[in-house]
Design a protein around this ligand. Structure first.
Ligand code: NAD
Length: 494
């Protein structure tokens, strides 16, 4: 049997199923970009909330804008929008849950007006997004809205025939304005610093090109709460489907697997009403900035430390890398000595246990997060994740030796694109060519990589940094060098 509303009753009792009456649930949230992360994060918070009385107005209607979402629509429809979440704890324990918070899904390429009408419906209070960083249409170098994108040009000129999220949202807000309905909240759940502010800036830039009056109305009426989101959710695999059949004899064609840790910190600035997500573990705050900084400087930078050094050594996944004691020691020293001094104390967060938990999460053997995914788009990630930490330490006269090796390793990785065993590395970066061209000059100009000033600013002029960097470059480029010996050496001198 396949998973659906009817087969729910046949599931074994150890599977957590929706205990609420799904037929009474209305869609107060319309979510664009129903990927793995949404199904492991926001949809799960809503699922838990729906178990509490008086929450039935907060169900989710999913929306797929891309042609590639057709298969997802077919599967969800056939399963009455139910899916399995397999939560894999670091100690090997597994929880299975059927998530029931999605009650409908609209596939935009087949009926655009249905999507606009749904967004404009008076029940819709929140339009949430996980459309990946690319979906926000900003130029990564300038942070400005990119008006050269052909889909955006289409949407500016054809308000009733949209393709992009901005086109749909604007069309729906126009209808709401005309009908005297209030605005909905636009809530980004993507992993972008100040995701609400970015969404606001891009949507207003888009709307201004299309309709100045509407843009002003949006500016005055629509809220875009910033949020920090966290739950490691790898891409679903065939083995995840097989696991569900084996575990409880019902087939689910698109289950989601994720880690047990989850966090959601949201600025409490909604246009209209909002669910009480704090009742089910989320946190409402007035300023999300320090939470974002903590997460990006420890989790994301920590991933990059393991990713770059581990790739050169020849490891393939995060758990494999961090279970090597030297890598775990290096990571912890980096977090304690070079990141923590720059972090403000945060209400409700014990930094020491946050770091312990991070290492435990990275070591989870059931979440096979690949180093190539972690190192992908390092040029977009490292300025915010790691270089900001280096600059702050230099400004305070603090040591930067552990981070300097990571930057030297990034140069070596970009130059050679092979590991110590000579295996080809899978390098994925929009700036791959520039990174490689700068890095190959290293053997004649040791600081050549740092000349990419859009990434490194003036780091090449700072002796406190370059002394360590040059030593590490020399060591990495020495014949038969071993990154683990270099890491040990840097740690011993710390
Ligand atoms: P995914 O590929 O499973 O899902 C992305 C979804 O967005 C898909 O449904 C896709 O069709 C849609 N999409 C992509 N580009 C789009 C566009 N331009 N316009 C409209 N829809 C678009 O990826 P995921 O793992 O769900 O991650 C999505 C985002 O969630 C990430 O980019 C990140 O910002 C955030 N996130 C992910 C994780 C994680 O561990 N996977 C953790 C924290 C945050």
């Amino acid at each position: 049997t396949g998973l659906n509303q009817q087969s729910l009753a046949q599931l074994p009792s150890h599977v957590d199923t929706p205990t609420y009456d799904r037929s009474a649930v209305k869609a107060g949230i319309v979510h664009i970009g129903v990927g793995g992360f949404h199904r492991a994060h926001q949809a799960v918070y809503v699922n838990e909330l729906l178990k509490t009385p008086g929450s039935e107005q907060w169900g989710i209607c999913g929306v797929g804008l891309l042609e590639g979402n057709r298969g997802l629509r077919d599967i969800l429809k056939q399963q009455d929008y139910l899916y399995t979440l397999t939560v894999r704890h670091p100690d090997g324990k597994i929880d299975n849950k059927v998530i029931g918070s999605m009650i409908d899904f609209l596939f935009a390429p087949e009926d655009k007006q249905a999507v606009i009408n749904k967004l404009a419906h008076s029940d819709t209070k929140i339009v949430s997004l996980t459309i990946t960083e690319g979906g926000y249409n900003f130029n990564p170098a300038t942070g400005e809205f990119d008006t050269s994108n052909p889909d955006i040009i289409n949407d500016i000129n054809n308000p009733n025939d949209p393709i992009t999220a901005f086109g749909y949202i604007t069309a729906a807000l126009k209808l709401r304005k005309e009908q005297g309905l209030g605005a909905f909240t636009v809530q980004s759940c993507d992993n972008i610093q100040h995701n609400g502010n970015v969404t606001r800036k891009m949507l207003l830039a888009f709307a201004t090109e299309q309709d100045k009056d509407l843009s002003e109305w949006i500016e005055q009426n629509v809220s875009f709460p910033n949020a920090m989101v966290d739950r490691i959710t790898p891409v679903s695999k065939k083995s995840d489907i097989d696991y569900v059949v084996d575990a409880y004899g019902v087939s689910d064609e698109w289950p989601i697997t994720c880690e047990s840790f989850t966090q959601w910190v949201i600025e409490d600035t909604f246009s209209d009403s909002r669910p009480n997500w704090d009742v089910v573990g989320a946190q409402f705050v007035t300023d999300v900035t320090p939470y974002e900084t903590m997460k990006i400087r420890l989790l994301n930078a920590g991933h990059s430390v393991l990713g770059l050094l581990g790739s050169i050594h020849g490891y393939g996944t995060i758990d494999e890398t961090v279970s090597d004691e030297l890598f775990a020691t290096y990571l912890r020293a980096f977090m304690d000595k070079e990141v923590t001094p720059n972090l403000e104390p945060l209400e409700g967060i014990d930094l020491e246990s946050y770091k312990d938990t991070l290492i435990e999460r990275f070591a989870n053997p059931n979440i096979k997060d690949s180093l190539s995914r972690i190192c992908s788009e390092s040029a977009a990630k490292l300025p915010k994740f790691l270089i900001a930490t280096i600059n702050e330490n230099l400004a305070h006269g603090r040591d930067v030796s552990l981070a300097a090796l990571v930057i030297a390793a990034w140069c070596f990785y970009s130059d050679k694109e092979v590991d110590e065993q000579g295996n080809k590395l899978e390098v994925i970066d929009a700036m791959q060519r520039e990174l490689h061209e700068a890095a190959v000059k290293t053997h004649t100009q040791p600081l050549a990589f740092l000349s990419l000033t859009s990434l490194f600013g003036n780091l090449s002029d700072q002796n406190e940094f370059t002394t360590h960097y040059k030593n590490n470059i020399e060591a990495l480029y020495a014949p038969a060098s071993k990154v683990k010996a270099i890491m040990k050496n840097v740690l011993d001198q710390k």
